[in-house]
Design a protein around this ligand. Structure first.
Ligand code: ADP
Ligand code: ZN
Ligand code: ZN
Length: 720
């Protein structure tokens, strides 16, 4: 429906609501049209939101400058943006920003300008010209921006070479359209259990919005099941997206998708170039792209006819976005699907307690896969009581685990040693004066990274050279590393298993491509011992891996966080699930000081149902999610006293509401980040309560944050 002559336009900047603009004669817009409008001195990207709310005199309004020749954003996306802004208390313009791209994506793709060698070297040779020619030695045409970047020259240098006849400008036509995936290309032959799961998902699909929780143990073949649902949806002509928690998993998934559907899905994540992203974004909007595999931000892509969203590893904490717009990918997927009348499949071996509850109460279809595909057995899990059978001083691998590693090596199998701590040691202290190395800007210890010879803050990235003498008392040779990180574990592995081929893997150990190469090498059996952080815990399938040792199984339990048990259970299940996936009998050891903790007991006995029942009972009793709601208000500022004073004033101004409890203010668990103090107030409410609305009212009526002070809201915080 065309609108006008005055419309409301949401601009993609930090403002609270839409502004009114005039539609110039000869232009047509509808709700969702993407436009450029003047905002202050600058033209700004925006979206037509609807009829104007105010009635300014028309002659005082500015004109819309440009209407892009692309389809309008869908109604469901606009509604989702409104919902996310209202729920998370973010500004709608900022949420919209996450759904739009640069002008590049909106203008029709242009042919690429490139250059190729055409004639002899020019008479006048300069350093810059020589660099261009040396880059072009491979004989292939080079795209303009790539050539300028690689040679480090200006456009003028390249143009000079064209004038002299040495180079020739050529146009590379825009890439051909993406071919649609073929639903019937190579369907998997499902096992009976998988077929039953698929039938259950199909039976639950009445057309329109619905959610299925695919709750199946590691290695049960969940991917093959949801691929068949993807095929069902592609047959109806709708678009699908598979959302992953970790970029490192994308590549494996793209390969699996291509084998099943004969074509690659479009890829979407932060490590793509702007040009690649622009192309996918536009393809999704025009409908050319039918399937996307990507990160959380793909939930904001401008689908035309969204049919299915799959969230793999739906429990993963990485789905919670913690920057400008604080949303949880799982909630966001469910909201978007409900607006679009689409379906959702949440897949996990260790569902979030919230999702399990929705499965049990019947809000979601609860689809289970309880055995491994092809009768591979789950690993046999043993808790190693470190009080009784811990390693010698200065070592971190207990004797029994070390023996199991030798056994695996003897059989030509692989072992994974898991420690969720990057670097060499979590704390460095001086033996002679007791000085502990702390970040100058955060209330955290500096972590030694010995490979690189630095001490580093994992919160703000601050780095300093590892000192040779104590910075406090000047003693030399007095610094000791306290506790293990994976680099230190690698040192022990090299000493104790000298014949083995080890590899160390964590997110800070190189680019996505390098990490992907390591994974491929592991899969080919080029390493015997894999030492890794949570990066290796997820989704990977290594045929020869038969042993998993968890060096510090208690690591996640230490915090006073009510989600600690759930998170620890999830990571331990994921990482032990890497063992014995290919019908070898797998073994796992958990090194723990608390073998009687409910999490360790559930792991050893394999009683996941018991674990969820226990955890849900604890949450119900405490009024914690999913039986209650939580929000965190983080007040931050340069001075602690001022920050605390604002938090206290806010606390005093809290509106009263039945059943709403407020805690604090108290210093946040990480009380200082990047030189700013952080003080936290927690709010807990009953489930039916509009906690977002309550906090919004509170902030609007309470004392304002002035100067350097800021108040951030986190609805549904993941740790508290
Ligand atoms: P999950 O995601 O549940 O941990 P996967 O989907 O990765 O499990 O499946 C585990 C392994 O079993 C994979 O190697 C997968 O290719 C294989 N697999 C699962 N289902 C089938 C099937 N129906 N036919 C052939 N191979 C299968
Ligand atoms: Zn820091
Ligand atoms: Zn000292």
């Amino acid at each position: 429906m065309t609108l006008g002559p005055v419309v409301a336009v949401m601009v993609a900047v930090a403002v609270d609501g839409p502004y009114s603009y005039r539609v110039p004669e000869g232009k047509e817009v509808e709700r969702g049209s993407i436009v450029v409008v003047p905002l202050g001195p600058r033209p700004t990207l925006g979206v037509v939101w609807g009829e104007p709310k105010d009635n300014f005199a028309h002659n005082r309004l500015k004109d819309i400058e440009h209407v892009f020749d692309v389809p309008a954003l869908s109604e469901e996306l606009l509604k989702t943006i409104d919902w996310v802004a209202r729920y998370t208390l973010a500004q709608p313009g900022m949420v919209l920003r996450g759904a739009l791209r640069s002008r590049e994506a909106l203008d029709p793709p242009r042919p690429l300008i490139a250059y190729k060698r055409a004639g002899p070297e020019p008479e006048r040779m300069t350093d810059a010209r020589a660099r261009v020619l040396s880059v072009m030695e491979d004989g292939f045409p080079w795209a303009k921006p790539a050539l300028i970047g690689a040679a480090g020259v200006s456009t003028a240098v390249v143009e000079g070479l064209v004038k002299s006849g040495c180079l020739q400008q050529v146009e590379i036509p825009a890439p051909p359209p993406v071919l649609p995936p073929e639903p019937d290309f190579a369907p998997a032959k499902l096992s009976e259990a998988q077929q039953a799961a698929l039938d259950q998902i199909r039976a639950h699909d009445k057309g329109g919005f619905s959610v299925a929780l695919l709750d199946g143990i590691t290695g049960s073949g969940k991917t093959e099941v949801f691929f068949e649902s993807v095929a069902d949806m592609l047959r109806t002509g709708k678009q699908v997206a598979i959302i992953l928690p970790e970029i490192a998993l994308t590549h494996t998934f793209l390969d699996r998708f291509e084998k099943r559907f004969g074509q690659r899905a479009a890829e979407w994540h932060s490590e793509m170039t702007p040009v690649q992203r622009a192309r996918v974004w536009r393809g999704v909007l025009t409908g050319e792209v039918r399937a996307v595999i990507g990160a959380r931000s793909a939930l904001f892509l401008p689908f035309r006819e969204l049919g299915l969203l799959v969230l793999d590893e739906e429990h993963d904490g990485a789905f919670k976005q913690a920057d400008r717009v604080n949303y949880h990918g799982r909630d966001m997927a469910v909201v978007r699907a409900s607006m679009a009348g689409a379906r959702v499949i949440l897949s996990s071996a260790t569902p979030a307690v919230e999702s399990r509850n929705n499965g049990e109460t019947g809000r979601y279809a609860h689809v289970r896969l309880e055995s491994r595909f092809a009768d591979a057995a789950l690993p046999d899990i043993t808790a190693l009581d470190m009080r009784a059978e811990g390693p010698e001083k200065g070592q971190w691998i207990a004797p029994r685990l070390a023996r199991a590693v030798f056994d695996a090596l003897d059989r030509g199998e692989q072992a994974l040693l898991f420690l969720n701590r990057r670097g060499y040691a979590p704390l460095t202290l001086c033996r002679s004066c007791g000085h502990q190395y702390q970040c100058p800007d955060c209330s955290t210890w500096l972590v030694e990274h010995r490979f690189r010879g630095v001490l580093m803050c994992h919160h703000c990235g601050h780095e300093e050279r590892a000192p040779e003498v104590c910075g406090s008392c000047g003693a030399s040779d007095s610094l000791v590393a306290v506790g293990p990180g994976i680099e230190r574990l690698a040192e022990e592995v090299a000493e104790r298993f000298p014949g083995a081929r080890p590899v160390v893997l964590s997110s800070d150990m190189g680019s996505m491509r390098q990490i992907r190469d390591r994974f491929a090498e592991i899969a080919r059996g080029e390493y015997d011992i894999i030492i890794g952080t949570q990066l290796v815990a997820k989704g990977h399938h290594f045929e020869k891996l038969s042993l998993v040792g968890v060096i510090d199984a208690d690591l996640g339990l230490a915090h006073g966080d009510p989600r600690a048990a759930e998170k620890t259970f999830q990571i331990l299940t994921q990482v032990t699930g890497r063992a014995g996936r290919e019908s070898r009998s797998g073994k796992a050891f958990l090194q723990t000081y608390h073998p009687d903790h409910p999490v360790m007991k559930a792991m050893v006995s394999g009683d996941r149902e018991g674990f969820y029942a226990h955890e849900l009972a604890v949450r119900r009793q405490g009024g914690l999610p999913p039986f209650g709601r939580l929000a965190a208000l983080i007040v931050s500022g340069n001075e602690h006293a001022e920050t605390m004073a604002l938090a206290k004033a806010l606390m005093a101004a809290a509106p009263l509401a039945e059943g709403v409890k407020r805690f604090g203010p108290a210093d946040a668990p990480v009380a200082m980040v990047r030189g700013r103090h952080r003080v936290r107030i927690l709010v807990q409410s009953p489930k039916e309560f509009d906690l977002s609305g309550y906090v919004r009212f509170w902030l609007e009526t309470g004392p304002p944050a002035k100067g350097n002070l800021r108040v951030q809201v986190d609805i549904d915080p993941m740790s508290f």
